[in-house]
Ligand binder design. Structure first.
Ligand code: HGY
Ligand code: MN
Ligand code: MN
Length: 407
């Protein structure tokens, strides 16, 4: 291997102590104190590796290593250090720290690449605290407005801009599209394909589109006892029937179509009061835009229908969305040939998870590298992986990054 597996593992394990949860995962919501600590640690390691750190208006962190042709568009590699609530210790961190290990390896071997190399830690990849997901990379690519991102609020009403300033990561570099030489992201697959097929590396050639909605149904609060059933406007019933209907939609569209209701809240949430307001989210994904559009129509129709039955008001708000995107063949080829050089089994695939690579792809040639994680499980404290898979992924990233930096 080119890389130093022990040094890589130590960095992953030290980073995993930040926001560590009892269940073996990490709780590192974007712009939280734990996120700040993770950013500070990454900044220290970047400095130790002689990299020049730039922070932009969205808090995206770019750690830069000079190249022979230093004003050529950079070869970039990175991922994110924020997590979902009580998430896993590899989701995101693996990609940021593998890029760091690749640079540390180039330093050890005194290799100077043609292009400069930039390691990226993107702000708010996950999204649950401040939707939409992939927000830092989305603003960077011009797909999300900086103002809209700054005004995003979390469930306690905290504003993204205030949190960014509070942790000291509102940089002054403009967060605007710039051309990039290439972008690579190493990530755990977070699904069952590689594990079930016993394949070592996924050459990721595209990424699903995803849409995030929040559906709010409003009825009438009333007493659970004396209010006859026929006189009720029960928001819970309308929401529950809509959620059940949503579950049937993927089966009507495509075997790979997915839909999830992950957020749910209601008022007043009291055992003897008929709920007057219920909010639930819908996250749906696929590689074909027309199926995403069809699903959106079916979800809206179900919500309208069930609301009408209970005489409820219904509001549907889009809180995030990105279109399906094919990645770049030349970058995928760099990954494939790195696998062939190393004798690792590999297969082409698309990502059903969202990643910052989605937006990097709008700015320059991009592809991803997947490695298996235990049982394909992720977005949970049980997320785990075999260290040999982590080392293989890191080595492939390093090899492919050098190819792209010398292209
Ligand atoms: O939702 C996603 O797919 C990503 O983990 N943010
Ligand atoms: Mn991730
Ligand atoms: Mn994730």
């Amino acid at each position: 291997m080119l890389i130093n597996p022990d040094r890589f593992r130590q960095s992953i394990e030290e980073m995993a102590r930040i926001g560590a949860t009892k269940g073996g995962g990490v709780h590192r919501l974007t712009l939280s104190d734990a996120d700040k600590q993770a950013r500070d640690l990454f900044a220290k390691w970047a400095d130790d590796a002689g990299l020049e750190l730039q922070i932009d208006e969205m808090g995206n962190m770019f750690a830069r290593r000079s190249g022979r042709e230093d004003d050529a568009p950079p070869a970039m590699a990175g991922s994110h250090l924020d997590s979902v609530p009580n998430g896993g210790r590899f989701d995101g961190s693996l990609g940021v720290l593998a890029a760091l290990e690749a640079v540390r390896t180039l330093n050890d071997k005194k290799i100077l690449t043609k292009r400069p190399i930039e390691i990226v830690n993107w702000t708010n990849e996950e999204g649950p605290r401040f939707p939409p997901s992939m927000m830092g990379s989305g603003v960077f690519a011009g797909a999300i407005s900086l103002e809209a991102a700054y005004e995003a609020r979390d469930s306690e009403g905290a504003r993204l801009l205030d949190e960014l300033e509070r942790i000291g990561y509102r940089g002054d570099a403009p967060c605007v599209p710039k051309s990039i030489g290439s972008y690579l992201e190493l990530h755990i697959e977070q699904g069952p394909a590689l594990v079930s097929e016993g394949i070592q590396v996924g050459v990721v050639e595209g990424i699903f589109g995803l849409t995030w909605l929040r559906v709010t149904m409003k009825g009438e609060r009333d007493h659970a006892g004396p209010t006859p059933m026929h006189m009720r406007r029960d928001a819970m019933v309308g929401a529950a029937r809509t959620i059940a209907a949503i579950r049937e939609i993927p089966g009507k569209l495509h075997p790979e179509f997915v839909a999830t209701v992950g957020e749910f809240s209601l008022s007043p949430n009291a055992i003897n009061v008929i709920p007057d307001e219920v909010m639930f989210s819908v996250d749906f994904r696929h590689s074909e835009p027309e199926l995403l559009n069809k699903a959106r129509k079916l979800i809206e129709e179900a919500a309208q229908r069930e609301a009408a039955k209970e005489n409820l008001e219904v509001e549907i708000q889009e809180v995030g969305g990105s279109t399906p995107t094919a990645f770049d063949e030349s970058v995928a080829q760099a990954v494939r040939s790195a696998c062939e050089e190393s004798g690792y089994s590999h297969r082409s695939m698309w990502s059903a998870a969202g990643h910052d690579a989605r937006y990097a792809a709008d700015l320059g040639p991009t592809a991803m590298i997947f490695v298996p994680c235990v049982a394909g499980k992720s977005h949970s404290e049980e997320e785990d992986m075999d260290w040999e898979d982590a080392y293989r992924g890191c080595d492939i990233l390093a090899r492919a990054l050098v190819k792209m930096a010398d292209s």
